[in-house]
Write a protein that binds this ligand. Sequence first.
Ligand SMILES: *Cc1c(COP(=O)(O)O)cnc(C)c1O
Length: 407
Amino acid sequence: MNTFVSHLESALDGTRFEPGQVLGTHQERPLWVRYDLSAVGAAASPQEVAQRPAGLWKYRELLPLPFETEPVSLGEGPTPLVDCPRLARELGLRGRLTVKDESHLPAGSFKSRGMAVAVSMARELGLKRLAVPTAGNAGGALAAYAARAGLEAWVFMPADTPSINQIEAWLAGAKVVLVDGLINDCGRIVREHRERMGWFDMSTLREPYRLEGKKTMGLELAEQLGWQFPQVILYPAGGGTGLIGIWKAYEELRALGWLTNAAPPRLIACQSEGCSPIVRAFDAGERFAETFPKAHTMASGLRVPAAVGDFMMLDAIRVSDGAAVAGREGQIVPWMRRVASAEGLSICPETAVCFDVFERLLAAGSIEQDQHVVVFNTAAAQKYPEVFDLDLPRLAKGQAFDPSIAE
Ligand SMILES: *Cc1c(COP(=O)(O)O)cnc(C)c1O
């Protein structure tokens, strides 16, 4: 295969694997895709990459798909970087506050980056039936990309997954199974039946290529900022591919010498207090996280009580001098409204958690006031009708207009 992939490597013990074969995990833990970075550096430059047509496939040398293979694509990015000066002022940040708005991607969430690359690779490797356990958006994205590729998709989601996620997967022709349980229970079903059903397991970090797609969030962010990273990144962390992918992007760009400023971003992993296994492990100084009991949060993408890449997240958080912090469940809807009211940005509940964490870290002085802070908006509010009480008290009702509502 014509790529710059040198090998795949166990994230746990460094065991190496040849590329070009169907691989999942090693000892039930994830694999890294490794590239011959000196060959990449000889073949491409940041100036030349910047001239290419927009979208995640412009970073082709740092992706696993052979050059001669047409990607499975619905048009992935770039997503806008939106400066939020009004919100920054309100919060007391004198530096710069920017939202990277991933809700603009196909299927309405950043999950499409991972699925674009993973489904392209699955088709390249001759796989036909793809299955995924999901907290919501990964199911919609897999269904869309599998449809685009002409492959079969099976989507297992908790029965109380946001209705939009159920509908989008069904619309794209996936076989949707609603499970009485959480994403871990969905994953167990996929693993138990995968041989008999002939499924390939597309779970987060149980195949190596979704991470490579998510990595393009970091590559794209760096390119948009003139090949450098901001000082602080807040990211809503569930299964962890986003956070780990951004760090992998940083490491690869630094190794390539493409960064105009090689200072690393501090990675702040944001979780909800209703499901914060990574925060607990971070606080306890552990490298592996314990399963979070009775996980419950309206930020459904963060409802991941046990992540197979827990140690990869915790490593990235620690080497970047970052933190893992839980936001308050009761502040999710208020933050969604506050961000939309101040800046017009429609943010998902997962990102609302990041803003709650941000405000507190800023107040506590652990984020300095003069810094450039980037918050990732992983999806739009419109995907989550269930988090709102649709009988909103402040909506004027009836036919008669009452001017007194203007106060
Ligand atoms: C999946 C998801 C997350 C969590 O992302 P990971 O990269 O798996 O940690 C955050 N926000 C939304 C909207 C998601 O769908």
